[in-house]
Write a protein that binds this ligand. Structure first.
Ligand SMILES: [Zn+2]
Length: 176
């Protein structure tokens, strides 16, 4: 599956009636708002979307997304790899008013014209399922003295005495 399999827009006049499936990988460069919450550009986002009409002729978008990305650990402020996964169940509506009339189990996705921006939809779901704060496993935080800027240091686990590490953190406080 390549990035090119995910079109920029889907035509809402066709995809539901034709019960289309769209799946593949999305490059992080197509998700600029989500990208801003990440530590770097390394990562993958894959998705699987199904479009259909239910008995009430509501336009449903269901599916699943999965992502492997790097966020900042809120303890040591260094990159931390996390996995995200979310089930998608949305109903496409034209405006806020239609959104209010939806059943409680359906989340609205508002699209005022015929062009459904797929990356925008996925981006919003990714942001919603990303934890507000993430931390390395206890003890896995990267001591500043072991960290070389620009290097992928996710595997760098210190085996030193934690008090020595704390001391070295204090000593290097003035910057690197
Ligand atoms: Zn950490």
């Amino acid at each position: 599956m390549s990035d090119s399999s995910i079109p920029t827009y889907a035509d809402t006049r066709k995809i539901f009636q034709q019960e289309e499936n769209i799946s593949g990988d999305l490059d992080l460069t197509r998700l600029p708002r989500f990208r801003k919450t990440l530590a770097n550009d390394q990562g993958t986002v894959s998705l699987e979307l199904k479009f259909m009409l239910n008995d009430a002729k509501q336009r449903l978008i269901t599916g699943r997304l999965q992502a492997q990305v790097n966020v900042f650990c809120q303890r040591c402020l260094k990159p931390l790899a996390i996995a995200l996964a979310d089930d998608i169940k949305l109903a496409l509506v034209r405006d806020e008013e239609a959104a209010l009339r939806l059943d409680a189990e359906l989340d609205p996705w508002i699209c005022e014209d015929h062009k459904l921006d797929l990356a925008e939809l996925i981006e919003e779901q990714l942001i919603l399922c990303t934890p507000i704060v993430s931390y390395h496993e206890s003890g896995d935080c990267i001591a500043q003295k072991d960290y070389v800027a620009g290097e992928d240091a996710t595997e760098s686990v210190t085996t030193e005495n934690p008090f020595a590490v704390l001391k070295s953190l204090k000593d290097s406080d003035s910057g690197d």
